[in-house]
Design a protein around this ligand. Structure first.
Ligand code: NAD
Length: 372
């Protein structure tokens, strides 16, 4: 079964199509958007090894010519040198204003190819075919594209909405369990930030989701996309409400910086730990019921996810060091740290005047638990 989640953004409106078996139908799905039977595919080596032949067959079946650039897998690809290489390759491949770029990969490829499409000839069309759970529920939707700077993550980029998102949930079957769990953190985040009923559903069904149940996967990706789409439609360029999607990210980005964006801690793992810390902080501030943080931690533990500082291997900075890293996060406004906190599971809000001494105490205790 395939479901469609519309993203109504006026002239930039598009559909998110979700379901098993969309990859073999990709040519037919994309053809109506093409002015000529040609598009440029940007992908990476791991995805290409597993799934590029199926994409090529699908495009060939619709008589779509598809020059393809296969980049290295990994976060290092979201960089200036690879962006330059990609844009120059797209120019050499004679991609015109009327053509489309097809981003076929996880969040790394979606962000990089999306940004290349945004700046090529002042903007060419983009189709996102997300291949990771994280990309299907988060990064392929909403139009944020970009690369990392040597000075920090996602510091260079543009809003560039795709013309179509095709999320074939069957592709999740080849993800490593670790990458699947990291993406699952973003799924759980939607329940935690705005839909308590969805979180209850996840508590009951997430193990089926992890085991590969197609209906559970479809429902989880669909509900996540519906929530992201609704927020993006109300606040496309993150002037307000869209910041709720950053639940767990202020802590998470500090932890990613502390582990040098390495394999020690994946983005989704940092988000899970960050969500757990955000609920701990909310409970300490008397904002949410005391049992909420334990419920979050119990669910993450049941899913085998990293959810405590103790789960991060290797050395970490001390609590003031971590707070300083939060200060470098791009979500700093007027020298104040923005935290997404919660009144309960499913009821998050943006807080701008959080007592940083309290944050530091929380982190110091979490670090001490790690040492002990
Ligand atoms: N633009 C946004 O709104 C947004 C939102 C969240 C995250 N992000 C960005 O997304 C990136 C993380 O995304 P990600 O977790 O998808 O990372 P990723 O693209 O690096 O993919 C994770 C791993 O899975 C592999 N992989 C991808 N698809 C596969 C498949 N179907 N089968 C087997 N292996 C597969 C990749 O090769 C890689 O090793 C970060 O750079 C983050 O900043 C962007």
């Amino acid at each position: 079964m395939t479901v469609t989640v519309p993203v109504p953004l006026g002239a930039r409106s598009y559909d998110i199509r979700i379901g098993e078996g969309l990859l073999p139908r990709a040519g037919a799905e994309i053809a109506p958007l093409l002015r000529r039977r040609r598009l440029a595919v940007v992908t990476e080596a791991t995805v290409a090894a597993q799934h590029l032949p199926a994409l090529e067959a699908a495009l060939a079946a619709a008589r779509i010519e598809a020059p393809t650039l296969v980049l290295d897998a990994g976060e290092g690809t979201k960089s200036w040198p690879v962006l330059e290489r990609t844009v120059e390759w797209l120019i050499a491949a004679q991609v015109n204003r009327d053509d489309l770029v097809l981003a076929f990969g996880g969040g790394v490829i979606g962000d990089l190819a999306g940004f290349a499409a945004a700046i090529l000839r002042r903007g060419v069309g983009l189709v996102q075919m997300p291949t990771t759970l994280l990309a299907q529920v988060d990064s392929s939707v909403g139009g944020k594209t970009g690369i990392n700077s040597p000075q920090g993550k996602n510091l260079v980029g543009a809003f560039h909405q795709p013309r179509l998102v095709l999320a074939d949930t069957a592709l999740l079957g080849t993800l490593s369990p670790r990458d699947f769990r990291a993406g699952y953190a973003e799924v759980a985040k939607y329940g935690l930030l705005g839909d308590a009923g969805f979180f209850v559903w996840l508590e009951a069904n997430a193990s089926a989701l992890a085991a590969g149940d197609p209906d559970a996967r479809l429902h989880a990706v669909r509900r996540s996309c519906e929530m992201k789409a609704a927020i993006v439609v109300r606040d496309e360029t993150e002037q307000g409400e869209r910041a709720l999607l950053n639940l767990g990210h202020t802590f998470g980005h500090a932890l990613e910086a502390a582990t040098h964006y390495s394999d020690r801690l994946l983005h989704g793992e940092a988000v899970a730990i960050g969500c757990a810390l955000a609920f701990d902080l909310s409970a300490r501030l008397g904002l949410c019921p005391q049992e909420a943080p334990s419920r979050v931690a119990a669910h993450f533990a049941a899913m085998g996810m990293r959810h405590r500082l103790a789960d991060i291997p290797g050395p970490l900075p001390d609590a003031p060091g971590l707070v300083a890293l939060m200060g470098q996060d791009k979500k700093v406004r007027d020298s104040r740290l923005a935290f997404v906190l919660a009144r309960d599971i499913g009821d998050a809000f943006v807080a701008r005047d959080v007592d940083l001494a309290m944050v530091e105490r929380l982190l110091a205790e979490a670090l001490a638990a790690r040492a002990g």
